[in-house]
Design a protein around this ligand. Structure first.
Ligand code: SF4
Length: 373
């Protein structure tokens, strides 16, 4: 029998309820497991006695385990390879920031070290984006809400996680109900992350974007746009055929109207494909009536067979300049982080870093929270 994750919110609550136990006992159970992931159920104090036999028969504190852990050379990035009950592996990446570095609105920053966790929502992905390592795996499975939350439990043992971004393996909006359940748990005790510090990234699953704000108010939306016109989108992201650009922009307009929130636009820079001046102007025209932050992402090569090359620094800077100066669009350039452990964007695929290769050094990323102000 498949043992359930205690973090699978609908399972634990309905099992407690069916056993005549108040479902809110899920909260002290989670709190105890987060602190003591290797616990046995009898150690948890003050549960109603039928709860112990229920937990013993149907649940495990954690159904996944930390299979391997890789740290980048500067310690800023750690990749967790997590083994699910099925034996499948998924990846999560911790990115650490020192908030004392740099300034915010001209003043020194408050705070200290904090971390963002990039989380996976599926094993593999069926969207097949051509620049993405995960896309090459194909789709294997949806994660349950418990398996999504367990990534946070494993990561929290290594770092104080303040932000969560669904930018790991998988298209989160294709696993909608599990992602919604997981985010709801994350924003309540004992995790208690602020919705403002959780970002869901999508290639643009239009019907799901339309209901996201109602289901998860306050959550940030990031859209992997990657091209300003439908033709190029379809060329590099085959799934875009199902989500015409015009319909996607309508859904984003409605999301913004309802949520009154900025939308984060992810744009991977591919040499000669989507990085020319005309593309910057088309993107500016497309976005000029929106409140957005555009994040330009220099392409991370995913092996010598890749059909794409990274855009030059000059092209990336001039693309940024056009968006900023002509269209007054806030535009950042994502710095590379974690490349030596395949933990950078578009590199999440279950392959272990090549131990024969000396790791490349990584730079500290621009703080992702800067995007959330
Ligand atoms: S970029 Fe995201 S949506 Fe596209 S294949 Fe990779 S994981 Fe899937």
């Amino acid at each position: 029998m498949k043992i359930k994750s205690v973090f699978d919110v609908s399972e634990i609550k309905s099992e407690l309820e069916s056993a005549g136990i108040n479902p809110n006992f899920a909260y002290p159970i989670w709190k105890y497991v987060i602190r003591n992931p290797n616990c046995v159920w009898d150690e948890i104090p003050s549960l109603p006695s039928p709860a112990y036999s229920l937990l013993h028969s149907k649940f495990k504190p954690l159904t996944s385990s930390l299979h391997s852990l890789f740290h980048s050379t500067d310690g800023a990035t750690s990749k967790l390879l997590i083994k699910l009950q099925s034996g499948a592996l998924v990846e999560a990446v911790i990115m650490r920031y020192d908030t004392r570095l740099g300034k915010y609105r001209g003043n020194p920053r408050l705070g200290g070290l904090r971390s963002t966790l990039c989380i996976s929502s599926q094993v593999g992905c069926k969207m097949g984006c051509k620049f993405c390592a995960t896309g090459t795996m194909g789709f294997k499975n949806h994660l349950t809400s418990g398996e999504i939350l367990e990534q946070l439990v494993h990561a929290s043992r290594l770092s104080d996680i303040r932000n969560v971004v669904f930018m790991g393996m998988g298209e989160p909006l294709n696993n909608y109900s599990a992602v919604v359940d997981a985010v709801r748990v994350m924003t309540r005790p004992p995790f208690q992350l602020s919705p403002k510090r959780i970002t869901i990234s999508t290639v643009g699953v239009v019907h799901a974007i339309s209901k996201l704000h109602n289901d998860l108010p306050g959550i940030n939306l990031a859209v992997s746009l990657h091209a300003p016109v439908q033709d190029i989108r379809c060329q590099i992201m085959p799934a875009a055929r199902a989500f015409p650009l015009e319909k996607l922009m309508d859904a984003l307009r409605a999301f913004q109207k309802n949520s009154q929130q900025k939308i984060f636009i992810e744009y991977i820079m591919l040499d000669g494909v989507n990085d020319e001046e005309q593309h910057a102007r088309q993107l500016g025209e497309l976005l000029k009536t929106f409140e957005v932050v555009v994040n330009l992402i220099p392409f991370n090569p995913i092996g010598s067979s890749s059909q794409f090359r990274t855009s030059s620094e000059e092209k990336v800077s001039s693309f940024q300049r056009i968006l900023r100066e002509t269209y007054n669009i806030r535009t950042t350039i994502r710095k590379q982080m974690g490349q030596d452990i395949s933990g950078a964007c578009g590199q999440l695929v279950v392959n272990q870093p090549d131990s024969n290769k000396p790791p490349r050094s990584v730079e500290l990323i621009t703080d992702i929270e800067d995007l959330h102000l």
